[in-house]
Design a protein around this ligand. Structure first.
Ligand code: AHR
Length: 614
């Protein structure tokens, strides 16, 4: 096979091409990138009615020493449920409390990862008719190993009182819990109990290691907060941005009925905008358009939803003295966020009211914010849209052979009209398992097709991005984690091969081969650190044989330097190989010096591989 690259001419690839899609699925946010360690911190997860289910909180002590219940006495209007703890034992007298006291504990999201030397901030609201002496501790899952502890001693908490303690861990345990215990008789109410590491990504509450995985792939945009999460199974359970802003204590939280779990919504609309800014990625806000999986608002009554979206835009972009902009400013961000893209719903094109509702949103947004780009759910790749849009969503989950063949999907798409946003793609099913090399290679082939068609495809993002291994609602995913460990699946590593593509120059690269298992592309890109321009050639081989590839690069400038060129290969001994917590680096890119780098060179391409020549 032969690959002829012309380095002297090319066309620009959009700056926006490769980004990420974050959805609150698989506990990706709550118990994932959001660093809050307490699950169900306001005791609301069982609903607003009492008695409420306080899980995963559990009781320390037995019926003779305490009773625990819930009531609606919280000081927070939107989340009235509070926990009431009636302590029957004492440190002296006839009913002595067990050693260590009685109380409640929260195991977080399948165990809290507490690390020696790190500092954790615990905030809680407390009320009692008498004086209190409560120990706040981080302990092992059986409570026996105390990793950090502090006492709250207060003689007057007759009104709800916010209390804050900093705990420095003396040991490490990835399966820890937070305990609130006492040996003093009386009634104590708790509400809004939070525990967070002090050290979070850019100090904004995100789990550092997981976000650094995103930083490494240089996403140009973040589509958020879902997916189906935005729609809800029923509208009453859809994500509503207004319920997710303001002080965290006052957020009601909600039960996401598509992925079937409660979120306290500490990770809300503001935090998504902040994360986009911190990653230097353009925010793409997907909002609910009055349509869920099972119910729809009629177009004649959709205007409150339209107003909700407009308010959301004002929150993100309005002046700091505007109604909603002032709420953003009060949250610590007086400057507007750079929100320029919105998607009207998710996968709703086929729903009865989609077009009607969409047009209401489109007209209102374009008239208030003419620069905002609007994304329709209707696929415009095979026929023209019957409504105005700047972009159309394209989603594809399929087999490896099909996705690989879709490298040509956009070759014949009309070049006029709205641009394509491939906002969800992945190989799924038995070809993918929980993240195989095969799936990743097919995705790489598809992405090479997107690069080549980037005159019409302006954005693309893999889905889903994260999975907490304890709650796999969807397979595969790009990044797998539990309380203390994480790794990238081969699909994650493919993303890294494409991180220089956005804003690069696509070169003319002709592949001469009779094999249908090979695809290739070539780009030049400018490194902002050293200002130099680099050539990058990517080759995907989904065949089971080595390929001897002659690579000729024409049109290299006189000052071109070939020494120091590298070859990076993603492959493994078995195409179904996956990474795991026990073997996180089984399928990862392998970097070596390209010894024979020349403008004419022979490269041996491994079977089942993605190769990059840089
Ligand atoms: O990525 C998982 C789900 O797939 C998304 O929520 C939805 O948009 C699609 O059906």
């Amino acid at each position: 096979a032969k690959l002829i690259v012309n380095a002297s001419s090319g066309r620009p690839i959009p700056e926006t091409l490769f980004g990420i899609f974050f959805e609150e699925i698989n506990h990706a946010g709550a118990g994932g990138i959001w660093a809050e360690l307490v699950s169900n911190r306001g005791f609301e997860a069982g609903g607003q009615n009492t008695p409420s289910n306080i899980a995963p909180w559990s009781i320390i002590g037995d019926q003779s020493s305490l009773t625990v219940s819930t009531d609606r006495s919280s000081c927070f209007e939107r989340n009235k449920v509070a926990l009431r703890m009636h302590v029957l034992c004492d440190s002296e007298g006839s009913n002595i409390c067990p050693a260590g006291g009685v109380g409640i504990y929260n195991p977080g999201f399948w165990g809290m990862n507490i690390e020696q030397g790190k500092i954790y901030k615990v905030v809680l609201y407390v009320r009692s008719l008498g004086s209190i002496n409560v120990s706040v501790s981080l302990t092992s899952s059986d409570g026996l190993q105390i990793l950090a502890t502090a006492n709250i001693v207060d003689s007057d908490v007759s009104n709800w009182t916010k209390t804050e303690v900093l705990l420095e861990a003396k040991g490490t345990n990835p399966n820890s819990r937070l305990q609130l215990t006492t040996s003093r008789k009386g009634v104590i109410w708790f509400d809004q109990v939070s525990a967070m590491p002090l050290d979070t990504y850019k100090g904004h509450g995100f789990q550092k290691e997981l976000i650094e995985m995103l930083e490494d792939i240089k996403p140009q945009f973040i589509r958020f907060p879902g997916g189906c999460f935005v729609e809800g199974e029923w509208l009453r359970n859809a994500f509503r941005w207004k319920e997710s802003i303001g002080p965290w204590e006052e957020r009601p939280g909600h039960f996401g009925d598509v992925w079937m779990y409660w979120t306290d919504d500490g990770l809300g609309y503001f935090e998504f905008l902040q994360l986009s800014e911190d990653l230097g990625a353009r925010p793409i806000w997907v909002f609910n358009n009055g349509i869920s999986h099972r119910d729809e608002v009629d177009t004649t009554t959709v205007s409150p939803f339209v107003q909700e979206a407009l308010d959301g835009l004002e929150f993100a972009r309005g002046a700091s003295d505007s109604k909603w902009g002032s709420v953003r400013a009060a949250m610590g961000h007086p400057e507007p966020f750079d929100l320029k893209y919105v998607a009207v719903g998710n996968e709703d094109c086929w729903k009865k009211n989609y077009r009607g509702n969409y047009l209401k949103f489109y007209d209102a947004i374009k008239s208030a914010y003419p620069d905002i780009k609007i994304i329709s759910n209707c696929d415009g790749s095979s026929h023209s849209l019957d409504h105005p849009a700047d972009y159309y969503d394209f989603h594809i989950y399929t087999s490896a052979s099909h996705l690989f063949s879709m490298t040509h999907q956009f070759d014949h798409t009309s070049r006029s009209g709205p641009k394509a946003f491939v906002s969800e793609y992945a190989v799924t099913g038995k070809d993918a398992g929980t993240g195989s090399l095969l799936a990743a290679l097919a995705e790489a082939g598809f992405l090479i097709g997107l690069e080549k068609n980037s005159d019409i495809v302006e954005m693309a993002s893999y889905a889903p991005l994260f999975v907490n291994d304890n709650d796999r609602r969807w397979n595969p995913d790009a990044i797998v984690f539990n309380s203390s460990m994480h790794y990238g699946t081969p699909s994650y590593w493919v993303q890294k091969f494409f991180r220089e593509s956005s804003g690069a120059t696509l070169l003319d690269a002709k592949l001469q081969t009779n094999s249908s298992s090979l695809v290739a592309s070539a780009i030049t890109w400018t490194n902002s650190v050293d200002g130099e321009t680099y050539l990058k050639i990517k080759i995907v081989n989904v065949g089971n044989r080595h390929v001897s590839l002659k690579v000729s690069v024409d049109g290299l400038g006189l000052n071109s330097q070939l020494s120091g060129s590298t070859k990076t290969v993603l492959t493994s001994s078995n195409v179904m190989d996956e990474n795991s917590f026990t073997d996180p680096n089984k399928v990862v890119p392998d970097l070596s010096l390209l010894e024979n780098a020349d403008k004419d060179m022979n490269i041996i391409i491994a079977p089942y591989s993605l190769t990059s020549l840089d």
